[in-house]
Design a binder for this molecule. Structure first.
Ligand code: C6P
Length: 418
């Protein structure tokens, strides 16, 4: 068990788990009279006080539009916004600041690439390769673009454990493939995909790779130069930051070749009714007033993660997963969906023949928040021939005590639902 006296070998968080939890006001709340047990971190993580304060300070002290005014407030807000861009650049080790494009989330980042890359590089007969594990956000944008461009999707199959079949990937990789777009970590099964291998193999054929890092960025250190990945997308709200902000990282050489995604203020150099010209990176892809407070909040969330330490986070979350898997597998009626060897902080399961919603509701009444349903991965559910799962997803602020409550709650649900 992890408590204030325990130490982790790579421990950067010199504070105990209780002190860390005190940073998150929502973790002190109750639901139906029970202390909240928040195990829905893959949907969104909770926000520490420092993030909430940074956003509040912006609105109270220097609320202003950015990149537009010479006045004091505008300069201050612009500086804070651009510091955030540098912080993201450092966090993922991008080569250039202007390779960081602020979006409203992973979904928008993927749509941006699908639309803009598609217009520039995809023609009839081409294919885009995704996998059976993908979130709808990494399926639909490609489908829409393929319909528009006369292209089609190729889908990497998975094995019964929920791991990509890499020999199938090798076989599918041919000259029709214009881009490989896969998740780093599956939101439903927690599978960690062999992304380095995927990138190397795709690059051997000069095919760029986009990673959906929505479920990876908060769990593992990502170095885009080491991975040599071409595009990377993630959301602020899944990494202890606010909703309404996300990031698209793209290699300068590709982004420079791609047309704007949206038109409006900030993304132009000159405008006339006959012909307009476009701004340089990153502004070419940031039309309109961005979510300034959210970008500032994201910067502080990254600072917060850095203060806890990604090594600590990874090690702590692995402890929690191992503990949860061990405890849950003691329940006779429970069946895991997805048993990949490499996994990050999500566990999906079913209890006997019960519907996941019923289990989720009973857990909710005990103050335990899990997600139930298809988790925006309907094709994956179809492959497993199930309507959905119960998903418990963890963050470093969770405890073994909370997992014990989950296990007790699932046992109770198994009895009540027969
Ligand atoms: N998954 C979940 O409960 P947005 O909504 O744009 O912040 O993120 C979309 C998204 C894209 N890819 C993956 C792998 C994701 O997990 C998500 C969001 C949440 O699993 C909400 S559906």
């Amino acid at each position: 068990m992890f408590n204030d006296n325990d130490t982790l070998t790579t421990k950067k968080a010199h504070r105990g788990i209780d002190q860390i939890r005190a940073d998150f006001p929502i973790l002190q709340t109750t639901v139906y009279g029970h202390p909240l047990v928040y195990l829905d971190n893959a949907a969104t993580t909770q926000k520490p006080n420092v993030v909430l304060k940074a956003m509040d300070d912006y609105y109270k002290i220097y609320n202003s539009n950015i990149h537009r005014g010479v006045h004091y407030l505008s300069q201050k807000a612009t500086d804070a916004f651009e510091v955030a861009r540098r912080r993201v650049q450092e966090y993922i080790n991008a080569k250039h600041e202007h390779e960081i494009i602020f979006t409203k989330g992973t979904t928008e980042a993927i749509n941006l690439v699908a639309s803009s890359f598609g217009k520039r590089y995809v023609k009839p007969g081409d294919t885009i390769m995704i996998s059976e594990l993908e979130h709808h956000s990494n399926i639909i944008p490609w489908q829409l673009m393929c319909e528009d461009r006369g292209a089609s999707l190729k889908v990497i199959p998975i094995n019964e454990k929920g791991e990509l079949k890499m020999e199938a990937f090798d076989a599918l990789l041919d000259e029709t493939v214009k881009l490989v777009a896969v998740s780093f970590v599956s939101n439903t099964l927690g599978t960690v995909n062999p992304v380095k291998e995927i990138i190397e193999k795709a690059h051997a054929r000069n095919i760029p790779v986009m990673l959906d890092a929505a479920q990876a960025i908060q769990h593992v250190g990502i170095d885009v130069q080491f991975l040599d990945v071409d595009f990377l997308a993630f959301s602020g709200h899944k990494m202890y930051g606010p909703t309404g902000v996300g990031v698209l990282y793209g290699k300068e050489s590709l982004l420079n070749e791609m047309p704007p995604y949206q038109g409006g203020g900030e993304m132009i150099k000159t405008v006339s009714f006959e012909k307009s010209t476009y701004n340089v990176l990153p502004f070419k892809f940031e039309a309109g007033t961005p979510n300034v407070a959210e970008v500032i909040g994201l910067e502080v969330a990254i600072n917060y993660i850095n203060s806890i330490g990604l090594d600590f986070i990874r090690e702590r979350e692995q402890q929690l997963i191992t503990y949860a898997l061990g405890q849950l597998q003691e329940i006779d009626e429970l069946r895991f969906i997805g048993e990949a060897a490499e996994r990050a902080a999500s566990i999906s399961f079913l209890v006997g023949d019960t519907h996941p919603f019923d289990v989720g509701e009973l857990l909710d009444k005990q103050g335990i928040a899990v997600r139930t349903g298809h988790h925006c991965t309907e094709p994956l559910m179809n492959i497993f021939k199930i309507p959905g799962t119960v998903r418990a997803s963890f963050a470093f602020y969770n405890t073994e005590e909370e997992i014990d409550k989950l296990v007790k709650g699932v046992k109770k649900a198994a009895v009540l639902l027969g």
